[in-house]
Structures are given as structure tokens and as C-alpha cells.
Design a protein around this ligand. Structure first.
Ligand code: LLP
Length: 403
């Protein structure tokens, strides 16, 4: 049991707390599901890019799935070996492509024909052959929130099957491109297996049709997306997930590459905030806390549900309140009509499942410094990012102040 009150006292609020043992257990569960098969779990760094979190996964043997050269640099700094780092994303700049090739990462996930052209040109300049994989958009509805669906032709991600085939042929004929993998990622917070199975089938068929023309790929990259329980969702068991994927790979001897983010970190994380005031506008009751949408955006952006626990000694019946922060936006809320017990000034609220897409989606809106982050491992807590100060926030501007 993590003593959130004690951590709030020691490190202040708002605060992110991560259970590193939980993260390790999730990693091991997924790795175990693919046992007996060559596999790389490449942690999706965007879910939580704190260096200590990445290092924790590096020590477990994880690779890294990155979406910017900044994330690639973080992965290197945290000790992930180059041969387990991949780089995806629809809008890589020339500089990013060049650096990824120079750093000799496992492969670049190419997301358009135009990008393939840039990668070829740059690796020609560098006099080498860039390892690539192509992100296929299988046009499958993943049955998740529209903002985090990525595998439909309506979404900007990947290329359709015909384009993919053309690109593999081009890459195979190029001295400066080395096609080693194939990739798909149909969306995030997936709770149904069928769309994943269908996507894998489509992509595996493409692999077979490429084999028929002597294009052999080594890596079958199934993306991330495994959903977790925020509320009462039924989730996919890692074993069933692995079996569904492997079932589509008959006669194909490929290394599985998997890019989980949320599955590894979401339920390991807690966002800790302090109760400040209660107020009532007409019939509506508000609980105002010291954390806000700039710290934790998911409820505002996706109307995402997060369980909230009040650590309060006050007695009385729970009542429905909106839990809101100090930012000057009506969209600044953590929950609406949420049942909370009576609270006393300074009581701690624990917002759960906040370890993925929490801190990383934060901002300095309203000149609010970002929260501190704390890791708990083997019963011991340690700071892994200090709270941002006002000086941190203005540091990049002060030298431009004119007299
Ligand atoms: N691989 C690729 C290519 C991705 O685009 C993503 C997530 C992942 C892996 C990891 O997906 P995960 O296993 O975490 O589902 N901010 C949103 C989620 C955006 C996901 C973006 N891509 C949220 O808070 O729900």
C-alpha cells in the first residue's frame, strides 16, 4: 500500500506517483505471453517519458517505440540499446531521419511514400542503407474513442495495402533502403480482440504476398493499444492477445515487436491533488483542488473517466460534485457529478490510472509549473522529477526582455 498522504506531505501537491513494481509485473506478463517466440517489447515512450521510467523498462530488457527524435534521445539516455529502438510518426523532419539513421536504430517506421523518398535520399547522402518498416493502415475500426483510433483510412496514419506493396518493391530495389519489418497500430485503449485479429490477418497476408516476390521481412510489429481497466471495461488478457496474433502467422517465422504504452504504465500511476475549497452555484456543487487540466488533461480532452478516491476523515454522506481545478477554463475538470464524501481543507484526492498520458500531456498553461514525479519501488519512494519552479518557466524568455 502506498501512503499517498505521506508522499503529499513530503513532496507537495499536485504530484504524480508511479508504482515501479506494478510496471515491472505488467512488462513480465506481456513478455511471458509471447514466450517461445522471438519477441521484443518496445515500450511506447510517449505514454510516460520520464527518464527513470524508461530506464526501469530498459533494465527489464525492454526496447523503445519513439515518435520524435527527442524520444529517441531519451531512450538512448535511459540505456535502451540502439538495436531495440524504433521510430514511428507521420511527420519526421529530415534532421530527425538523419539522426535516427546515424544512431543506427533498429528501424524507422515509414508512414508515406513521400517519407520513403526522403529516407532514401538521406541514407544515400550518408552512404548507407536505412533499415525500414512500413506502417500499414488496414482500414479496421478498432472500436475505441475516435481521437485514439488510428487504423482507418479516415485517420492520417500509415498507408493502404497497395501503397505498402509499391513501397516494399521500391525499397527492395534500392541500395539505400533495407526493408526489415512491417507495422500496424489500429488504435489505443483497445478492449476487443476481433479488430486486432483482423488487422493482423490482413498484414500477415501482405507479408506472404511479399514473400512470393522474394521480399523477406524479419519483424512483425503489432503496435500497441492493449486497453486497461479505468472503470468496468472488460480487457484483453495478454495470453489471448498473443495467441490471436500468433494464430495469423502460420508458416511465418518472424520476430514479434509489440509497442505497449498504456498497458505498462497507466494503472501504475496516481495523480495526487489537494482539496482547497467547496462552493455551490445554484444547485451545482464544486470541489476545487490544486491540480488542473494543465497537469492532467485526459478528463478535459476525452471526457475520460478516472476513479477518484478522497482520503478524508470527515464524516457524512457522499454527495455528487464536480471536481475542478484553478485553470481559467470551464473544461478544467477531473470529474462531473462524482460522489465524494465531505472534505476538509488539505485533504488528499487520489486520481487513479494516471500513469499513461498523464504528465506527458501536461503544459504550463496559466503559468503553472508542472508537478513533481515520484517513483515507489520495493516500498521506497524517490523523486524522479522535481517540481517546476517559476524560474524554470520563464528561463527561456528573460534574456529577451527589453529595457
Ligand atoms: N505505437 C504507436 C504507433 C502509437 O501511436 C501508440 C499510441 C502506441 C504504440 C502506444 O499505444 P498504447 O499501448 O499506449 O495504447 N493520449 C491518448 C492516447 C494516444 C495514443 C497515441 N499512440 C490517451 O490519453 O488516451
Amino acid at each position: 500500500m502506498i501512503d499517498f498522504k505521506e508522499l503529499a506531505k513530503e513532496y507537495g501537491t499536485p504530484l504524480y506517483v508511479y508504482d515501479f513494481d506494478y510496471m515491472a509485473a505488467q512488462y513480465e506478463a506481456l513478455k511471458e505471453a509471447f514466450r517461445g517466440r522471438k519477441s521484443i517489447i518496445a515500450y511506447a515512450v510517449k505514454a510516460n517519458s520520464n527518464l527513470s521510467v524508461i530506464k526501469h523498462f530498459a533494465e527489464l530488457g525492454s526496447g523503445a517505440d519513439c515518435v520524435s527524435i527527442g524520444e529517441v534521445r531519451r531512450a538512448f539516455l535511459a540505456g535502451i540499446p540502439s538495436y531495440k529502438i524504433i521510430f514511428s510518426g507521420v511527420g519526421k523532419s529530415d534532421d530527425e531521419i538523419r539522426e535516427a539513421i546515424e544512431r543506427d536504430i533498429l528501424y524507422i517506421n515509414v508512414e508515406s511514400e513521400a517519407e520513403l523518398g526522403r529516407v532514401e535520399l538521406i541514407s544515400k547522402e550518408l552512404n548507407c542503407a536505412a533499415r525500414i518498416s512500413i506502417r500499414v493502415n488496414p482500414n479496421i475500426d478498432p472500436k475505441t474513442h475516435p481521437y485514439i483510433a488510428t487504423g482507418l483510412h479516415d485517420n492520417k496514419f500509415g498507408v493502404d495495402l497497395d501503397a505498402a506493396k509499391r513501397m516494399y518493391i521500391k525499397a527492395n530495389n534500392s541500395e539505400n533502403l533495407d526493408p526489415v519489418g512491417i507495422h500496424f497500430h489500429i488504435g489505443s485503449q483497445l478492449t476487443q480482440l476481433q479488430p486486432i485479429r483482423e488487422a493482423a490477418e490482413i498484414v500477415a497476408d501482405l507479408v506472404r504476398s511479399l514473400q512470393a516476390i522474394d521480399i523477406e521481412l524479419k519483424f512483425f510489429d503489432i503496435g500497441g493499444g492493449l486497453g486497461i481497466k479505468y472503470d468496468d471495461e472488460t480487457t484483453i488478457e495478454p495470453y489471448e492477445y498473443a495467441q490471436a496474433i500468433l494464430g495469423t502467422l502460420t508458416a511465418l517465422d518472424m520476430t514479434i515487436l509489440c509497442e505497449p504504452g498504456r498497458f505498462l504504465t497507466a494503472n501504475a500511476g496516481y495523480f495526487i491533488t489537494k482539496f482547497l475549497y467547496e462552493k455551490q452555484n445554484g444547485e451545482k456543487k464544486f470541489v476545487v483542488v490544486d491540480g488542473a487540466m494543465n497537469d492532467f488533461l485526459r478528463p478535459s480532452l476525452y471526457k475520460a473517466y478516472h476513479e477518484i478516491e478522497a482520503l478524508s476523515d470527515a464524516e457524512g454522506e457522499p454527495r455528487a460534485v464536480d471536481i475542478v481545478g484553478p485553470v481559467c477554463e470551464s473544461g478544467d475538470f477531473f470529474a462531473k457529478d462524482y460522489l465524494l464524501p465531505p472534505l476538509e481543507h488539505g485533504d488528499i484526492l487520489v486520481i487513479k490510472s494516471a500513469g499513461a498520458y498523464g504528465f506527458g500531456m501536461g503544459s504550463n498553461y496559466n503559468t503553472r509549473g508542472r508537478s513533481a514525479e515520484v517513483a515507489v519501488e520495493n516500498g521506497k519512494a524517490r523523486l524522479i522529477r522535481r517540481r517546476e519552479s517559476f524560474e524554470d518557466l520563464i528561463a527561456l524568455e528573460t534574456e529577451y526582455l527589453e529595457d
